[in-house]
Design a binder for this molecule. Structure first.
Ligand code: PEP
Length: 255
């Protein structure tokens, strides 16, 4: 089902006390969010807090916990890794896969990302699969080609049934953590392109039903305008998701 999704990605931020403050703040504001089956909030905390987040959110429908990553391996002797099975056992529902920081700093390849998507889906986690180009790629007018390739090399390799349980996030790298946001027109253009690609690869119905999120310096001031775009179904929010008031404003901006 095509849902409106506001997802917060805390990245490697927040001490335990700060995590508690954010969670309590979101819960305090929950009744203003207007959440439903069709509009949900996803919070991707660092691993040590995901069980805490999931437990705290359990009484608040449509406010759910997510992981920022999962292992490509099922289980076993992989020190430091966290499997999709472990994440799912903590009542977590979503997992971000292919964030540009994972691709860039941890050299995650398309092959690994596909394995992670498969692991997530084998354990009923919904992948939020990230794509997005560098500024250089956009300046060379190769951004559509680049994003198409990222889709084709990983998430488009799942089957027709599994693609229905995926979310795609368009996150231009030049907009992540930079304070520079894609204009609504730039974001809408790419989101429409991604939806067209889903339709061409799978079918029109699946494309129509897919949630496609925008990420890249979304904040309390720019969210409402981005959310007016026909193909933008929500946001993946980094920095602003650490500030309860800003994140709450972003959530409320999604009508
Ligand atoms: C992100 O972490 O996915 C992100 C979009 O970060 P920011 O909102 O800080 O640009």
């Amino acid at each position: 089902m095509r849902k409106k999704i506001i997802a917060g990605n805390w990245k490697m931020n927040a001490t335990k006390d700060e995590a508690v403050t954010i969670v309590n703040g979101l819960i305090a504001n929950y009744s203003d969010f207007g959440l439903s089956e069709n509009k949900i909030v996803v919070v991707a905390s660092p691993f040590p807090y995901i069980h805490y987040c999931a437990s705290m959110f359990a009484k608040f429908p449509n406010l759910v916990a997510a992981a920022q990553n999962c292992s490509e391996f099922e289980k076993g002797a992989y020190t430091g890794e966290v499997s999709a099975e472990i994440i799912a056992s903590l009542y977590v529902e979503y997992v971000i896969i292919g964030h540009s920081e994972r691709r860039q700093y941890f050299k995650e390849t398309d092959e690994q990302l596909l394995l992670k998507i498969n692991q997530a889906q084998n354990h009923n986690l919904i992948p939020i699969f990230c794509v997005g180009e560098t500024l250089e790629t956009r300046d060379n007018n190769k951004h559509f080609e680049f994003v198409k390739e990222q889709l084709e090399n990983a998430i488009f390799k799942v089957n027709e049934n599994d693609i229905k349980n995926c979310v795609i996030a368009y996150e231009p790298i030049w907009a992540i953590g930079t304070g520079v946001t894609a204009s609504p027109a730039q974001a809408q253009e790419m989101h429409a392109f991604i939806r067209e690609q889903v339709s061409a690869k799978f079918n029109g119905e699946t494309a129509k039903e897919m949630s496609i999120l925008y990420g890249g310096s979304v904040n309390a001031a720019n969210a409402a305008e981005l959310f007016t775009c026909a193909d933008i179904d929500g946001a993946l929010v980094g920095g602003a998701s650490l500030k309860v008031d800003d994140f709450s404003t972003i959530i409320k901006a999604m009508k």
